[in-house]
Design a protein around this ligand. Structure first.
Ligand code: FES
Ligand SMILES: [Fe+2]
Length: 380
């Protein structure tokens, strides 16, 4: 705080690898963070590798239908185990020396480990070298992990958001989420730090300049900010189901008729951006790849089986195109801010006491975990 105003985090938290890796330890590892989507590995034997803050991770769908998360690295010499999404059947074979693991991570085969044609070795017990599992939890289609294994129960973490949304989509909303292939996925890779993608989502201040079309249907003055313990974001009061041609998409069956205009856009700290409207949910997982490189993986879900009908295809496509355009418009905002972090003429800036309150809350939240003293201007 300076002159009673909040400052942003200093440039160093956006512009170097050392601080990026420190964030992994201090912000991400101790809590529950979303890394991806269970529907990316839908059937037994399916695998989906992903990189998260330089960590190679692997989603595996087990024979019993459960989803597991492993470090995607072989216990022998540390080769990456799986490089492409796909269906592997009953086992995972390392491409280097063919050590082979079961879908539950157990080490099954170690060919020639004891010499040519000898597949056992004295003193070596396979049972001691399974794939290293990452503690994980599913919430609807979202895969969360707790990297250090020490966080409290996942249910406690997600409870405040669940309680809040129970007033909108009721008890049945989560069970009604459906992915339609022509509607579901939007991916961007951006030259920016992950926090700038989150910060940009936290405010509606940029609507008139960056999203002029969106601002005509969801104007700045129909937004308000809310801030909670592990999440913050925008409430919008002007969602209009009827924009577009033809019949609108089905709404969640418990959604109160008097609240059809309500929409909520919280960022679940640190990296999960959500948009809940009466007829769909979007989830954007902000995946930090490097201090200046970020992947945004978004999935859209419509409400109930009936929304998958052919007659709604144009509406689904329209909605998909709409969000794709909005997220595309944000690209220049977040990459432009990243470029500014190289300037000695900027070191955190000053936040609007009215329009940037959620950004300030996110910075306070992050600074607390990073041990940053935001009360002292860095240039003084
Ligand atoms: S590194 Fe995987 S089998 Fe050798
Ligand atoms: Fe935006």
């Amino acid at each position: 705080m300076i002159d009673g105003l909040d400052r942003g985090l200093p440039n160093r938290y956006y512009d170097n690898r050392q601080d990026f890796v420190a964030e992994r330890q201090k912000i991400f590892a101790p809590m529950w963070v979303c890394i991806g989507f269970a529907s990316d590995a839908p059937a037994p034997g399916d695998v989906y590798p992903l990189e998260f803050m330089e960590l190679p991770l692997l989603l595996v769908r087990d024979n019993d239908g459960g989803l597991r998360v492993f470090h995607n690295v072989c216990r022998h010499r540390g080769h990456i185990l799986v490089t492409k999404p796909g269906t592997l059947g009953q086992s995972l074979r390392c491409p280097y020396h063919s050590w082979t693991y079961a879908l539950d991570g157990a080490l099954l085969r170690t060919p020639h480990i004891g010499g040519s044609g000898v597949h056992d070795a004295s003193g070596f017990e396979r049972s001691k070298y399974p794939l290293v599992a990452v503690r994980s939890a599913l919430w609807n289609d979202l895969v969360f992990v707790n990297l250090d294994g020490e966080a409290g129960p996942f249910d406690q973490f997600i409870e405040p958001l669940e309680k809040r949304w129970a007033d909108l989509w009721g008890a049945s909303g989560p069970g009604e989420l459906r992915c339609a292939p022509d509607h579901s996925s939007i991916t961007f890779e951006l030259d920016t730090n992950w926090k700038l993608a989150v910060e940009n989502f936290l405010e509606a201040y940029h609507l008139p300049t960056v999203h002029p079309d969106l601002n005509t249907i969801s104007p700045l003055n129909a937004h308000e900010t809310y801030i909670s313990h592990h999440f913050a974001g925008q409430l919008a009061h002007s969602y209009n189901l009827d924009i577009g041609a033809g019949e609108h998409l089905p709404v969640f069956s418990d959604w109160p008729p008097q609240s059809l205009g309500e929409a909520e856009y919280p960022a679940l700290f640190p990296n999960t951006l959500l948009g809940l409207q009466a007829d769909h949910l979007f989830v954007m997982v902000v995946i930090p790849l490097a201090y200046d490189r970020t992947r945004e993986e978004t999935r859209l879900y419509c409400a109930g089986d009936s929304a998958l009908a052919e007659k709604y295809r144009p509406r689904r496509s329209e909605q998909h195109a709409f969000w794709t355009r909005v997220f595309q418009e944000d690209v220049s905002a977040v990459t432009g801010m990243q470029k500014g972090r190289a300037s000695p003429g900027f070191d955190g800036g000053v936040l609007s006491p009215v329009m940037d309150t959620a950004t300030a809350a996110f910075h306070r939240w992050a600074a607390e975990r990073l041990g940053v003293n935001r009360t002292v201007p860095s240039e003084s």
